[in-house]
Write a protein that binds this ligand. Structure first.
Ligand code: DO4
Ligand code: MG
Length: 306
C-alpha cells in the first residue's frame, strides 16, 4: 500500500486528490491535502487510511504527482554515511568540517526545498549552468508528522553541485537549492509496512545515451545515525504543522570526474519503497515551467521565479 497525490489523467490542472494505492487501484481519501494527513497523530492517520473505499481508478488512469504539498518542507541530512564523508573530504578545501560533523553529536541538517518546487517521478531535474561537477544523491526520505513521528518513507534525489560546495562549504545553499534540485517520490509507503528501515537496498543508475553512465548499490544498514535521532534535531526548536520530509543523506556518490549531463536519466530504487526516475537538463532556461508562471527576460535576473 502507498499514499499518493494524483490527478485523473486528462483532467484540469487543479483537480488534485490524495489517495491510497492498493492492488493497482487508487482509492480517494477524504482529505484536502497530504499536509493535512501529516498534521494527524500516527494512529489517527492510520485509521484515516483504513477508511479509504470505493471503486477508485486504475493506476494507469491517473497522473502521479510529487508527494508533497501545503506547508510541508523538505529538509535533508548530510554526511550520515562514510561514503559521503569521504567524497566531501576529497572535494573540499575545508575537509575537517565534514570529518567533525560525521563524529559530532549534532548531525548536519539543512533546508532543501519548499513543496511547490519539488519535482515528482518522471519530472525534469537540473544541473546549474554555473557548476562543473554535479551528482544525484539517492536518499531514503522520512515522512514525519507534526508530532515528530515517522509515518512513512519515500525517495529523495538531493541533486547537488559538488564544485560549488567544494569551493566553500558556506556555498551549501547554492549547491543544494535551485529549480530542479529536489525530486521526491513516486509515493509514500506507510511506516508500519516497512519492517526494517535499516535494511533497505538503495540502487542508483545513471543512463547516458544507450548505456549506463554510472551505477551503484548500497544499504541503509550503513547509516551512521538512527532515524529518530535525525528527526529529534528537526523538531527540537521548530514546528512543522503539516509535517516534514527529512532526507537522510546519501550512501552513493559517483566519483569525480563523473558529472551529470543534460540528457542523462537518473533512476533511484529503494527496496519496498519504489523507483524514482528523472531526466536531466542543464540550466534554468531548459527547465519546464507551468504555462502561467512568468519567465524572466533579463539575463541579469537568472531565473528568479515570482
Ligand atoms: O555536507 C553537505 C551535504 C551532504 C549531503 O547532502 C549528504 O551527505 O547527503
Ligand atoms: Mg544529500
Amino acid at each position: 500500500m502507498h499514499i499518493l497525490r494524483y490527478r485523473p489523467s486528462g483532467s484540469g490542472r487543479d483537480n488534485i486528490s490524495v489517495g491510497l494505492l492498493d492492488d493497482d487501484r487508487v482509492l480517494p481519501l477524504d482529505v484536502g491535502s497530504l499536509g493535512s494527513l501529516w498534521s494527524l497523530p500516527a494512529d489517527a492517520l492510520r485509521k484515516r487510511l483504513e477508511g479509504a473505499s470505493g471503486p477508485g481508478l486504475a493506476l494507469s488512469e491517473v497522473d502521479v504527482l510529487a508527494p508533497i504539498d501545503a506547508r510541508t518542507e523538505v529538509w535533508a541530512c548530510g554526511v550520515t554515511y562514510e561514503i559521503s564523508r569521504e567524497a566531501r573530504v576529497e572535494e573540499s578545501d575545508s575537509a575537517d568540517v565534514y570529518e567533525r560533523v560525521y563524529d559530532a553529536e549534532r548531525p548536519e541538517l539543512f533546508f532543501k526545498s519548499a513543496s511547490w518546487r519539488v519535482i515528482g517521478d518522471g519530472g525534469t531535474i537540473a544541473v546549474r549552468s554555473d557548476s562543473v561537477l554535479d551528482v544525484p544523491e539517492p536518499e531514503v526520505a522520512l515522512v514525519v508528522n507534526a508530532f515528530g513521528e515517522i509515518v512513512g518513507y519515500t525517495i529523495c534525489n538531493d541533486v547537488s553541485s559538488r564544485s560549488i560546495e567544494g569551493e566553500n562549504p558556506l556555498y551549501l545553499p547554492q549547491a543544494k537549492i535551485y529549480l530542479g534540485a529536489c525530486a521526491l517520490g513516486p509515493m509514500v509507503r506507510p511506516a508500519w509496512e516497512v519492517p526494517d528501515p535499516y535494511a533497505l537496498s538503495i540502487g542508483l543508475t545513471i543512463r547516458r545515451g544507450g548505456s549506463i553512465g554510472w551505477q551503484g548499490t548500497a544499504s541503509t544498514g550503513q547509516l551512521h545515525r538512527r532515524y529518530e535521532e535525525l528527526v529529534s534535531y528537526l523538531m527540537r526548536a521548530d514546528v512543522h504543522p503539516d509535517g516534514a520530509v527529512l532526507s537522510t543523506g546519501t550512501c552513493l556518490v559517483p566519483p569525480a570526474p563523473f558529472t551529470l549531463e543534460a540528457g542523462d536519466v537518473v533512476e533511484i530504487s529503494v527496496g519496498g519503497i519504489g523507483k524514482l526516475t528523472n531526466p536531466v537538463v542543464r540550466g534554468i532556461e531548459s527547465m519546464p515551467r507551468p504555462a502561467d508562471e512568468p519567465r524572466t527576460t533579463s539575463s541579469a535576473a537568472t531565473g528568479v521565479l515570482p
